[in-house]
Design a protein around this ligand. Structure first.
Ligand SMILES: [Zn+2]
Length: 303
C-alpha cells in the first residue's frame, strides 16, 4: 500500500493530514481534543444537466475547461464526516446505502478501515434528506443500521419530507427522493431528535440553516477553542461552478434562488472567518478552504 502523506499546519487552527488509501482519498483534521475524518461513500454519476442546465454556456464552458470538468457528466465524490472525541463518535450523514447507485454506498468499508463499526456511532446528524445523505441509514433488511446512535435532523427538513403532500408537489424529477425519504424517516422516527437554526446539538457542534438545496438543509460548525470547521453538506454543491460563480442559479437546488443566496452568504462568511470546510461533494477528500480569486472563488485542500 502506497501512502502519500502531506502534513500541513494551519495558522492557529489545526493540523491536517491527507492520506491516500487505495481507492479512498481520506482527509483528517484535529480540533482540540477531537479528530475529524472525511470518509468516502464512493461517488455519484449524474448528467451534466443536473448542475449546468440554464447556465450561460459562453461563460460556463471556459470555466469548466479550466477545471477539467466535463460538461456532459458529473462524478461527484460523496464525503461523510466522522468526528471522534469527548466520548462520542459522531457521523454527519449516513451515505447512500445499497439502493441508490452502484458507485455509492461504500462508507462501511471506509469506516471499518478506521476501526469504526455502525454500532460504534453514538450520534448521526443529517444535513438533509436526499438519497446520498439519508438512504444509508437502514441496513439491507430495512432496519436501522446505526443501532446505538441518536439521530438528528433539522425540524424543517424532517417536516418537509414527512409531509404527505410533498410527494405530489415536489415535481417528477425528485418524486423518488420524496418516497425514499418518507419510508426511511418512518423507520428512524423513534430514535430521531430535532433541532433548529443556531442550536448547539452536541458540545462543540452548532447548526446553521442553509436552505435552498432542500427546504431545511443544515450546515454544522464544529469547534474546539480556536479550531473550527464548517460541514457544509450540499449548500456548496461542487468545487467548480458553485465556487467560480456562486450567484448562478443551480438546477441541483430545489429552490435555486434561495440556494444561490445561501451559497453567496455562506461563502462570504467562510472566507471572512478563514474557516476550513468539509463539502459533501467537493473533490480531493472534501476538506479544504475557500479562497477569493480575481473573479470568484476556488477550493484549496490545504487548510
Ligand atoms: Zn448530495
Amino acid at each position: 500500500m502506497q501512502i502519500d502523506r502531506r502534513a500541513f499546519l494551519a495558522q492557529g487552527f489545526a493540523t491536517s493530514v491527507l492520506l491516500g488509501f487505495p481507492g479512498l482519498l481520506h482527509a483528517q483534521m484535529t480540533l482540540g481534543q477531537m479528530t475529524l475524518d472525511v470518509v468516502s461513500d464512493g461517488h455519484l454519476v449524474l448528467p451534466g444537466s443536473f448542475a449546468f442546465n440554464d447556465m450561460p454556456k459562453d461563460e460556463l464552458m471556459p470555466i469548466l475547461e479550466r477545471m477539467n470538468q466535463p460538461f456532459d457528466q458529473l462524478t461527484p465524490p460523496c464525503n461523510l464526516s466522522l468526528l471522534r472525541g469527548n466520548g462520542r463518535v459522531v457521523l454527519f450523514d449516513a451515505g447512500s446505502g445499497t439502493e441508490f447507485m452502484p458507485t455509492a454506498g461504500k462508507s462501511l468499508a471506509a469506516l471499518e478501515a478506521l476501526g469504526v463499526s455502525p454500532d460504534d456511532i453514538t450520534d448521526l446528524i443529517f444535513t438533509h434528506g436526499h438519497p446520498d445523505h439519508l438512504w444509508g441509514v437502514l441496513d439491507d433488511f430495512g432496519d436501522p443500521l446505526f443501532t446505538n446512535a441518536t439521530h438528528y435532523m433539522g425540524q424543517a427538513e424532517w417536516d418537509y419530507w414527512t409531509d404527505p403532500n410533498t410527494v405530489s408537489t415536489i415535481g417528477n424529477a425528485r418524486q423518488a427522493f420524496a418516497v425514499g425519504a418518507e419510508r426511511r424517516l418512518q423507520v428512524i422516527a423513534e430514535q430521531t431528535t430535532f433541532f433548529s437554526d443556531a442550536e448547539e446539538i452536541l458540545p462543540g457542534v452548532g447548526a446553521r440553516i442553509t436552505p435552498g438545496h432542500t427546504p431545511g438543509h443544515m450546515s454544522f460548525e464544529v469547534r474546539d477553542g480556536n479550531s473550527a470547521v464548517m460541514i457544509v453538506g450540499d449548500s456548496i454543491g461542487n468545487d467548480h461552478i458553485a465556487l467560480a460563480r456562486p450567484d448562478w442559479l443551480s438546477p441541483a437546488d430545489q429552490d435555486p434562488i434561495l440556494g444561490a443566496q445561501t451559497r453567496v452568504g455562506l461563502i462570504n462568511d467562510l472566507v471572512a472567518a478563514q474557516m476550513p470546510i468539509v463539502g459533501f461533494h467537493l473533490g480531493q477528500g472534501g476538506l479544504g478552504r475557500i479562497e477569493k480569486t480575481d473573479d470568484g472563488f476556488s477550493f484549496r485542500t490545504e487548510v
